[in-house]
Each structure stands twice: as structure tokens, then as C-alpha cells.
Design a protein around this ligand. Structure first.
Ligand code: NAI
Ligand code: MG
Length: 366
């Protein structure tokens, strides 16, 4: 049956990079007779401007009805001074929370053609292929109590609470072990059990799940600060890293920089599997709305195209098409085309549009 795809391009460069995905969707319809039922909606500042809210109930309903959501990016200086509840980012948080997308998959890999662009020595990152699995709906970002309060002595106090339950830990660890089996068969579970109670529980539950369900997967526990150090020292030791919301936020940004470009990195956020094994899912580039370069047709569309490839692979089980798109990206990079953010000496600097057109032309040849 036709897959329902909801596109939320968002703000800044979101619509520009999303236009390149539309090229690939059109190509698939024309050349492979794979049609998606595509609808579009607003999120973030674009939605606030029209409806006074960064994500409306109607759009939320569309997201529930879709087989997968492809998101651009939200935010920008225009909306920076809005009150907390209607900030563009709240739209994104609501989408993740309401769809119960508890697993954020952030791959960090390096295309050979770009290995020199890393901030690390080329040999440290060439062939790098890490998958960070970040818990996305719990932890300190949502834990109660939270807030800013005024103490009797007049001082103010900001409070956030790190909370994890066993079921929250087990379901995210399950995603990580399952992925590891399809990859390098190795999981690093990352917390700070040395100073945090939630970390102690995390470690115990991950170990229990491992022993009961995934004994053949190699499991190592690691403190988050050590993990940050190891990511920079010897990143290729990692296959799958599973960690909480806050550490995952930081470590995945760190891993992203190992690869040299934010403009290259896709992500997926997955929910629980239903009876048929389908998971709710939102796919999006790791980068933000890049207001500094918006509207100039110079943004790198590859992170969003690779997010679409992840969607094909994980939500639609279209592995051949995912491989084809990823191979086209590789070939175009090998051929020397670069957007400004990944520009190297001796390569051809191209626009967002030309990059998108080149990917589709390459898919035609493959
Ligand atoms: P950003 O990722 O938007 O930009 C950081 C730097 O990377 C900028 O110099 C930008 O030009 C560059 N960059 C990002 N994506 C690029 C691409 N595809 N091609 C070429 N260059 C690219 O992060 P920043 O500047 O911290 O945030 C800007 C806005 O985006 C803020 O409003 C922020 O809240 C929002 N944001 C949204 C996210 C989302 O929608 N998931 C994630 C991160 C930030
Ligand atoms: Mg971040």
C-alpha cells in the first residue's frame, strides 16, 4: 500500500534542503514507479507566524496519520524572544513527545571523500561508522520537579530533575542491542553511575537486558566523561553507543564534529513498534535552520537527503532504494562536488539546487 509521508520543512534552510528531497521523490515516482502519498505541513516559526503556535493539533493529527515524518529544521532569530511555550523548538519537542519517539538514532560516519575535513587526523576517522542511540523523551529535559523558584532568603533557584524508570531504560537499550546485531555487534552503554542514582539504575537494567536477551552482543559500560574523551581520542572503537537524553545530546554533537560537517548528518527518532512491527518515526537532519545562510541556495542538502534514505531503510523497508540514494551521494562527493560547508581545495563549489540535481542525475546512472 502507498506509504504516507508527512513533510514538515520548517524554517530557515529547511524548505531549501527539503526541495531536494522532493526531486528524489519525483524521480522515484517517475523512474521506479514508487509513489508516496506526500502531504506538507508547517512547524516551528513558520507555523507560529500563521497560527500563533509552533505545532497545531491539526498538524499533529497529520503526523499521527503518517507512516513517517520528514522534518527540515526549526527556529531562527525572528522567534528567539517568544515566550517559552510558543518557541519554535517547542513544536519539535511536542512532535517527539506526542509521537512518543523515545529513541533518537544519530549516526556519525565519514565518507572517504570527506575524511580530510574532520577536525581529527584522517586515519583516526577514515571509515568511521558510529551509531549513537540517545534516549529522547525522558531524563532531565522532562523530569519533575522543574522550574525556577524564589527562596525565603530572596535567592532564586533553578531546578531540573534527572529521572529514569526501568521500562524507559529497557526499551531504549533494546533498540540499541537490536541495531548492534545488524552492525558491529558492540554496544557501549554510557552514564555516570559513579555520581548519579539514575546512572546506577541505567547500568543495572542495561546489563540485565543484555544477559537475558542479547548475550552475544559485546557490552561495555562507560562513564560519559570518559566517552567524550574516547570519542576524540579513538572514535573507531565504537559501534553503537546508548545513552540518556542529556549525555546523548552532547556526545552526538561531539561525534558529529568528528565527521567534519553538520551538513552531512542525518538522524531518526523512533517510537515503540506496533503489532505489525511498524514504528512511529520522524527523520531529520542533525543541523538546525542555519539562519546565517538561509535563502541563499548554498545550504548542504545531503543531511536531509540521507535522512530520507534512513526513512526508506527503517520505516519503509526499501533497502535497495536507500542504498541507491546513499551510493549516489558517495559518487557525487567522489566526483568532487561540494557545497560551501564541505568545500575543499580543488573541488567544485555548487549550490543547494545543483547538489540536488546532481544526486538525481547520479541515481539515474546507477
Ligand atoms: P545550525 O545547525 O542551524 O547552524 C550552525 C552552523 O552550521 C551555521 O554556521 C550554519 O550556517 C551551518 N550549517 C548548518 N546546517 C548547514 C547546512 N545544511 N549546510 C551548510 N551549513 C550548515 O545551528 P545554530 O546556528 O546553533 O541554530 C540556528 C537555529 O536553528 C536556532 O534557532 C536553533 O534553535 C535552531 N536549531 C534547530 C534544530 C532543529 O530544528 N532540529 C537543531 C539545532 C538548532
Ligand atoms: Mg544538540
Amino acid at each position: 500500500s502507498t506509504k504516507k509521508l508527512l513533510i514538515l520543512a520548517g524554517d530557515g534552510i529547511g524548505p531549501e534542503v527539503m526541495a531536494q528531497v522532493r526531486r528524489v521523490i519525483d524521480w522515484m515516482a517517475k523512474k521506479r514507479h514508487i509513489a508516496f502519498d506526500v502531504s506538507e505541513g508547517l512547524i516551528g516559526g513558520a507555523s507560529y507566524d500563521k497560527f500563533g503556535h509552533p505545532l497545531t493539533d491539526e498538524t499533529m493529527q497529520d503526523a499521527f496519520a503518517a507512516d513517517a515524518v520528514l522534518l527540515g529544521a526549526v527556529g531562527g532569530p525572528k522567534w528567539d524572544n517568544l515566550s517559552f511555550d510558543v518557541k519554535p523548538e517547542r513544536g519539535l519537542l511536542r512532535l517527539r513527545k506526542d509521537l512518543e519517539l523515545f529513541a533518537n538514532l544519530r549516526p556519525a560516519f565519514v565518507f572517504d571523500a570527506l575524511a580530510e575535513a574532520s577536525s581529527l587526523k584522517t586515519d583516526l576517522v577514515k571509515g568511521l561508522d558510529i551509531m549513537i542511540v540517545r534516549e529522547l523523551t525522558g531524563g532531565v529535559y522532562f523530569g519533575q520537579p522543574r522550574g525556577i523558584e524564589t527562596l525565603p532568603n530572596g535567592e532564586r533557584r533553578g531546578v531540573n530533575t534527572q529521572v529514569y524508570t526501568t521500562s524507559e531504560i529497557v526499551r531504549i537499550a533494546d533498540v540499541a542491542f537490536d541495531l548492534a546485531k545488524k552492525r558491529g555487534n558492540k554496544v557501549h552503554s554510557v552514564e555516570k553511575a559513579n555520581v548519579m542514582e539514575s546512572g546506577v539504575l541505567w547500568r543495572e537494567e542495561v546489563q540485565k537486558l543484555h544477559d537475558a536477551k542479547y548475550p552475544s552482543v559485546e557490552l561495555q559500560h562507560m562513564y560519559a566523561d570518559n566517552c567524550a574523551m574516547q570519542l576524540v581520542r579513538a572514535p573507531k572503537q565504537f559501534d553503537v553507543i546508548v545513552t540518556d537524553n542529556l549525555f546523548g545530546d552532547i556526545l552526538s554533537d561531539c561525534a558529529a564534529m568528528l565527521t567534519g560537517s553538520l551538513g552531512m548528518l542525518p538522524s531518526a527518532s523512533l517510537g515503540a513498534a506496533d503489532a505489525k512491527g511498524n514504528r512511529r518515526a520522524v527523520y531529520e537532519p542533525v543541523h538546525g535552520s542555519a539562519p546565517d545562510i538561509a535563502g541563499k541556495d548554498i545550504a548542504n542538502p545531503l543531511a536531509t537527503l540521507l535522512s530520507f534514505a534512513m526513512m526508506l531503510r527503517y520505516s519503509f523497508d526499501m533497502r535497495a532504494e536507500a542504498d541507491l540514494l546513499e551510493q549516489a551521494v558517495k559518487n557525487v562527493l567522489d566526483g568532487g562536488l561540494r557545497t560551501g560547508d564541505i568545500m575543499q581545495a580543488g573541488k567544485a563549489k555548487v549550490s543547494t539546487t545543483v547538489m540536488g540535481e546532481s544526486i538525481v542525475r547520479e541515481m539515474d546512472k546507477l
